[in-house]
Design a protein around this ligand. Structure first.
Ligand SMILES: Nc1ncnc2c1ncn2[C@@H]1O[C@H](COP(=O)(O)OP(=O)(O)OP(=O)(O)O)[C@@H](O)[C@H]1O
Length: 210
């Protein structure tokens, strides 16, 4: 039987003494998931937990095998994440970031230069990020999520600040990485989302399939 791509087991996430997430069990199989929920529901917290970036109780496994707690380095190679509001030191350039990610994550599924060209980032990638608009910054952070050979890519609010011409380009990348390279996506959005995708919802403190 095929293993689940991502298994969340007994997850409790608290900020100080306040429990924000309580997810007894959630299995994500190969797919493109959209995580829905109102302001403050816990979407960004869920994404950061799934990315293994913030402490939580419980564990998350990739393909029933690689544990976020026990093998954090391997886990983070398999789960890429693009933040809703990315922040980088102002002096660093987009190409510095790309070099760092490529060096850390190794050769990707797709030539990174092709992703740079597709997202229209080439014209400013050598400039320091302090000179970027929020949309330019967003494109660079999305680009970084497509580096390496992840099993899962988490995109937190990828649609915000992207211009309308860029949206189909992002959808093209998501489709290609899903269909050709077998990547499972979990994407948050406040916008209406495409038909045919799988919907998840933060309900109470749990995440449920809708
Ligand atoms: N660093 C933090 N410290 C304390 N509380 C936090 C922190 N980050 C988030 N929270 C709280 O956790 C809850 C979930 O926040 P989160 O940012 O995950 O929601 P969200 O669904 O992404 O919201 P939005 O749609 O507004 O971006 C909120 O009640 C928020 O106040």
């Amino acid at each position: 039987m095929a293993s689940h791509v991502l298994s969340l087991r007994h997850i409790i996430k608290s900020y100080h003494d306040t429990v924000v997430l309580d997810i007894p069990n959630l299995e994500l199989d190969y797919g493109v998931y959209w995580l829905l929920g109102g302001n403050g529901a816990g979407k960004t917290t869920s994404m950061k937990v799934m990315a293994g970036l913030i402490p939580f109780r419980g564990d998350i496994l990739v393909e029933n095998n690689i544990s976020c707690n026990k093998q954090p380095v391997q886990y983070r190679r398999l789960v890429n994440y693009a933040e809703a509001e990315p922040l980088y030191p102002g002096f660093i350039t987009g190409s510095d970031l790309v070099s760092l990610y490529v060096k850390t994550k190794g050769k990707g599924y797709k030539d990174i230069q092709e992703v740079i060209d597709l997202l229209g980032v080439a014209s400013f990638i050598h400039q320091p990020v302090s000179s970027y608009s929020s949309g330019m910054l967003k494109k660079v952070s999305l680009l970084l999520a497509f580096t390496g050979t992840p099993k899962v890519i988490l995109l937190d609010e990828p649609l915000i600040t992207l211009d309308t011409q860029s949206l189909p380009l992002l959808y093209t990348l998501v489709d290609e990485f899903h269909q050709q390279y077998g990547v499972t996506f979990c994407i948050t959005s406040h916008q209406p989302v495409t038909a045919g995708s799988i919907h998840l919802k933060v309900e109470g403190k749990n995440i449920v399939k809708v």
